[in-house]
Design a protein around this ligand. Structure first.
Ligand code: HEM
Ligand SMILES: [Cu+2]
Length: 575
């Protein structure tokens, strides 16, 4: 059968456009990552420590929000079109959401980067978590709002495509990839309510000066209402690739379609009512609510363990089809020379490690030990920074040829790239975890530790710094290899079948999965109820304590070019 671009040329253009934005952000974000890694370890300092937060905000926003979500929008568009086997209802809608998200992301990026130019009175050094009392230039929040509305329209595009398909196929099961897209988007609609309310009703009016004050705890809580589920928004594209593409690359078939559906339903139900687990150390939220969030978080382990089981079982099936034998030696029969396969498999291994450190984060009491230390970036560079990012890069080696009709420039470079990422991340993330245990804070340009002379359980501060600097450098090199490989692929000649893009049926198919799983209305209703139960009382308490608009004037970091004004404001706040 002809490849994706031949069957759906217009949709392929939309997907390509989203990937271009995604990869551009990846390149800039990775450069910032390198600058940070070398700066805070003292190896190379090319900028003033004052500008560290501009770079750190750029890194977080461009990688965690722009790179990942643009990739998701491209992947989901591809997935809906190819699994429903029909074009999108109206390609103008697709270009509209692409235009809106791209403009929004550009506004936010401009507001952040302007912080590097002292003559422009604009900055947004508020970090990718952007809650009060740090205040950004209004352009930043307006950009974010446009970006979020754009993702809503993208979801509408996919739901409309599904509705057209459903009208013609009233009795069929929702194709698995479309099911994944729809459940993920339902979760997203629910989760983004928090950040949309916070941005539109509080942060935008506040940054324009229409209201004097905001309630910082309220904006924090609304951020984390969205800030936990967003991690599943990053993760679900990776899960989609692990469930539907990885088994095929391994030479086999997905072990179980019903299990995959159960996992996505569980994420829809459980992603949102746990956000308070990011606020274990926030005063102003009663311990009991934190405890409930912790309990819900532990339930979230279930879908991840189900995934580990299903994906490994599918890989084992593939390996045995390829002649693999024994309890463990079947691993050797997997196609390790294929960069798409190896990248995703290594990403999965890293995700398991990230799961372990995540357990520490999730435990209310142990969390106090590592809160706001380097441990935390150590953790999420394994999860979003590798499980997601490396899967997206590896998946691109298989996906991009379908969108261009051209083969990948070099598979060996691809293989080298994913292995370099793995090694770099082992070094950087391991050092970050240990640094965190030693008490080194995150988000700090100057963790000097000159007179640090007590011995640590493992390694020394010097060795931890070296791990971060060398690991960070390898990661940057890996991103360069990835981008060059993709760029050079664009100059290949188009060919008939640039990649084997067929996706085999699961071993245990949709017909074996309970029909109720496809009842999206039911799951959405339960998800809403769970959110109401988890959030009504905490939010009522926060608003009851300090009012909707609080009494904190805020710290507008966008006048930080004028340090004295900021200091005056700070003094005012403290007084
Ligand atoms: C070239 C590869 C990368 C390098 C060298 C790198 C390095 C770093 C370093 C050193 C920090 C800690 C800064 C601090 O707390 O002071 C950091 C933070 C962070 N990184 Fe990365 N990183 C890389 C890739 C990624 C990727 C792929 C993602 C996500 C997709 C990511 C997301 C983040 C986020 C969200 C933060 C936290 C920002 C904040 O605290 O506000 N990074 N990175
Ligand atoms: Cu979380």
């Amino acid at each position: 059968m002809a490849t994706f671009v031949d069957r759906y040329p217009e949709e392929a253009s939309v997907v390509k456009a989203t990937l271009v934005v995604s990869f551009l952000s990846l390149g800039i974000g990775a450069l910032f990552g390198l600058v940070q890694a070398l700066h805070r370890t003292g190896y190379l300092r090319i900028l003033d420590s004052v500008d560290y937060y501009t770079i750190l905000t750029g890194h977080g926003v461009l990688l965690a929000l722009v790179f990942t979500i643009f990739f998701l929008m491209g992947l989901f568009t591809w997935a809906v079109v190819q699994s429903l086997e029909r074009p999108l209802p109206d390609i103008r809608l697709s270009w509209a959401w692409f235009g809106l998200t791209t403009t929004g992301a550009t506004f936010a990026a401009v507001a952040i980067l302007a912080g590097l130019i002292p003559s422009i009175d604009m900055s947004a050094d508020v970090l990718y978590t952007f809650y009060a009392p740090l205040m950004a230039h209004p352009l930043f929040y307006v950009g974010l709002a446009m970006f979020i509305v754009g993702t809503w329209l993208a979801g509408a595009d996919w739901f409309l495509a599904y509705r057209e398909w459903r009208a013609e196929n009233p009795d069929e099961r929702i194709p698995l990839q479309t099911f994944m897209v729809l459940t993920t988007m339902l979760m997203w609609y629910l989760a983004t309510l928090g950040v949309a309310v916070s941005t539109v009703f509080f942060l935008i009016p506040w940054s324009f000066g229409w209201v004097e004050t905001v309630n910082p705890l309220l904006t924090r809580t609304l951020f984390w209402f969205f800030g936990h589920p967003v991690v599943y928004f990053w993760l679900m594209p990776a899960y989609m690739l692990w469930y539907t593409v990885l088994p095929k690359l391994a030479g086999g078939r997905l072990f179980s379609d019903p299990l995959a559906r159960v996992v996505f339903v569980l994420f829809l139900l459980l992603s949102t009512p746990v956000g308070i687990h990011h606020q274990y150390l926030d005063p102003g939220i009663a311990e009991g609510f934190k405890f409930i969030a912790m309990t819900n978080t532990m339930f979230l382990l279930l879908p991840s363990l189900l995934t580990a089981f299903t994906v490994v079982a599918s890989m084992e099936h593939g390996a045995r089809q390829r002649g693999g034998e024994g309890y463990v030696s079947w691993l050797g029969a997997l196609p390790w020379r294929d960069p798409a396969f190896t990248g995703m498999a290594l990403a999965g291994v890293m995700f398991a490690a990230g799961g372990f450190s995540g357990m520490i984060n999730a435990g209310m009491n142990i969390n106090y030990l590592i809160h706001n230390t380097l441990w935390v970036p150590g953790h999420f560079h394994l999860t979003v920074g590798t499980a997601v990012a490396l899967t997206m890069m590896a998946g691109s080696y298989w996906l991009v040829p379908q969108l261009t009709g051209k083969r990948l420039y070099s598979r060996p470079i691809g293989l080298l790239q994913v292995v370099v990422w793995f090694v770099g991340m082992v070094l950087m993330s391991n050092a970050m975890h240990r640094g965190g245990l030693a008490g080194i804070p995150r988000r700090t340009a100057e963790p000097q530790y000159q007179n640090f002379d007590f011995s640590m359980a493992l390694g020394t501060i010097g060795e931890i710094r070296a791990g971060i600097a060398i690991g960070g450098t390898l990661l940057f090199v890996s991103v360069v290899l990835f981008l060059v490989n993709i760029l050079l692929s664009a100059f290949e000649e188009p060919i008939e079948n640039p990649v084997d893009d067929s996706l085999p049926e699961p071993l245990s198919g949709a017909s074996g999965s309970p029909v109720v799983l496809d009842n999206l209305r039911l799951w959405t209703a339960i998800a809403v109820v769970l959110v109401i139960l988890a959030y009504t009382l905490p939010l009522a308490g926060i608003v009851g304590d300090a009012g909707l608009l609080g009494d904190v004037p805020g710290v507008p970091v966008w006048v930080s070019a004028n340090a004295e004004a900021t200091l005056d404001l700070l003094t005012e706040v403290i007084a």
